[in-house]
Design a protein around this ligand. Structure first.
Ligand code: IMP
Length: 196
């Protein structure tokens, strides 16, 4: 949606090292007149079983260090038959065994149900913070398909899309139903009412 009056735009500072994520988030928030500035910090994420906790700690630490309100997101792929693996370890697993490694682990497995989950954290230098969550259900495909998106997109078939994977959807189609789209829309609704 185009907005004529740029003076009415709001800014959010998004901490991430993932440019693909940044593109998706910029497009979602644009619908609300929110412009995001990308902040890249060389920082190690904490290891934790909860994506909410990881997002919250990253946002709180960055907000304090930069003396700015900061938004971060932690996301992951949770596969039923693997008891939620890789979940909060998705980034490490993607870098190590990757898409093909997950397909091997799932070879011959009948239950292919999985979820992408997103936790968006907003933190202020004062220490105040908030979490917004989103998730989307689907199946792990048998082979990788599509060349759009990033990460595990080529093996995730959201329900209701005739077996197409996230990597076969356009950014707007993915954003309309994705874990990230849901969580960031909740954030945006709250943020625009807060800074109005
Ligand atoms: P993080 O939130 O950057 O730690 O994301 C963890 C990992 O989960 C990423 O490296 C991706 O491999 C995967 N991931 C998270 N969100 C998505 C998505 O929307 N599509 C595909 N993979 C994702």
């Amino acid at each position: 949606m185009k907005r004529k009056n740029s003076a009415k735009r709001k800014v959010a500072y998004f901490l991430s090292n993932n440019v693909n994520k940044f593109r998706e988030v910029a497009r979602i928030l644009e619908e609300y007149g929110i412009v995001i500035a990308l902040i890249r910090l060389k920082k190690k994420e904490i290891q934790n079983d909860s994506i909410e906790k990881i997002a919250k700690v990253s946002a709180e630490e960055a907000a304090e260090e930069l003396n700015l309100p900061v938004v971060t997101e932690d996301a992951g792929l949770f596969i039923d038959a693997l008891n939620g693996f890789p979940g909060p370890y998705s980034s490490f697993i993607y870098r190590t065994i990757g898409v093909e490694g997950i397909l091997k682990l799932m070879s011959g497995v009948e239950n292919r149900k999985a979820k992408f989950k997103s936790a968006v954290a907003y933190a202020e230098p004062s220490g105040k913070s908030r979490i917004f969550s989103g998730e989307v259900s689907g199946d792990i495909s048998v082979t990788a398909k599509g060349d759009k998106g990033f990460g595990f997109d080529p093996i995730f078939q959201p329900y209701g899309y005739e077996g197409r994977t996230f990597a076969e959807l356009d950014t707007d189609e993915k954003n309309a139903i994705s874990h990230r789209g849901l969580a960031f829309r909740k954030f945006a609704e709250w943020y625009i009412s807060k800074v109005r």
